[in-house]
Write a new protein. Structure first.
Length: 248
């Protein structure tokens, strides 16, 4: 039996929600009545802009959290403080990530370490403090991670990113097995090239290689995440769903 009170909004944390895909996800989830907790690394102005967009969509923002998801101690402290103040989360969308592309022989130690810390270690840094409180709600839950086409097939010039995002897929699948009996669904969305800052460098020949001959839109990703957090998706768990215009 859930300890959530009748009519109480379900809270969802969306990491990396100050722009791009994360912002689109926060706005889309707000339309379904979720109480959104926004997250960014340090840009409060951008976070407030997302908050305005959420409210314009008819939703609510109960908190804005600013911390580096690669900083384990800081992430734990901020998240535990938020839970103590307002209660556990029903859902988490682990969206935040970075790229540092380049041919493998040219990668620096920092290129490797930073990409792995932000994209893979953050799975543990963010979800570890949140899972037990989510279980204790006894009301089920949803976790959606964001991987990448790069993590599924490997992409030249992205050995570091491909490694990290492949790790996210493995971790997502394993966690889904542990949480299934708690009715907490854990799934992964793996976008291809999407119209965001991270894809600004996409060469015309790359776009031409996509069967649909275009980049995806953030709203197309957010609509899938919105579905995975819905009541209708309660029997879907441990899945990796890629949206990439047919490139793989």
């Amino acid at each position: 039996m859930s300890i959530r009170k009748e009519g109480e909004s379900r809270r969802v944390l969306v990491t990396g929600s100050t722009r791009g895909i994360g912002r689109a996800i926060a706005v889309d989830l707000a339309r379904d009545g979720f109480d959104i907790v926004l997250h960014g690394r340090e840009n409060r102005v951008a976070a407030e802009q997302t908050a305005d967009a959420v409210r314009e969509a008819g939703g609510s923002v109960s908190a804005i959290l600013l911390f580096d998801i690669s900083d384990r101690a800081r992430a734990r402290d901020e998240l535990e403080r938020e839970i103590a103040a307002r209660g556990a989360f029903y859902g988490v969308v682990a969206n935040a990530g970075i790229v540092r592309d380049g041919p493998f022989p040219g990668l620096t130690d920092e290129d490797w370490d930073l990409v792995v810390r932000v994209n893979l270690d953050s799975f543990y840094n963010v979800l570890r403090p949140l899972v037990m409180p989510m279980i204790q709600l006894r009301g089920g839950g949803r976790i959606v991670t964001l991987s990448s086409l790069s993590g599924m097939i490997g992409v030249r010039g992205q050995v570091n990113y491909s490694a990290a995002k492949a790790g996210v897929i493995g971790a997502t699948k394993a966690l889904s097995k542990e949480l299934a009996k708690r009715q907490i669904a854990v799934n992964c969305v793996a976008p291809g090239l999407i119209e965001t800052d991270m894809a600004d460098h996409a060469a015309p020949e790359i776009v031409e290689s996509i069967p649909m001959k275009r980049l995806g839109r953030p709203e197309e990703v957010s609509s899938l995440v919105r579905y995975l957090l819905s009541e209708q998706a309660g029997y879907i768990t441990g899945q990796v769903i890629s949206m990439n215009g047919g490139i793989a």
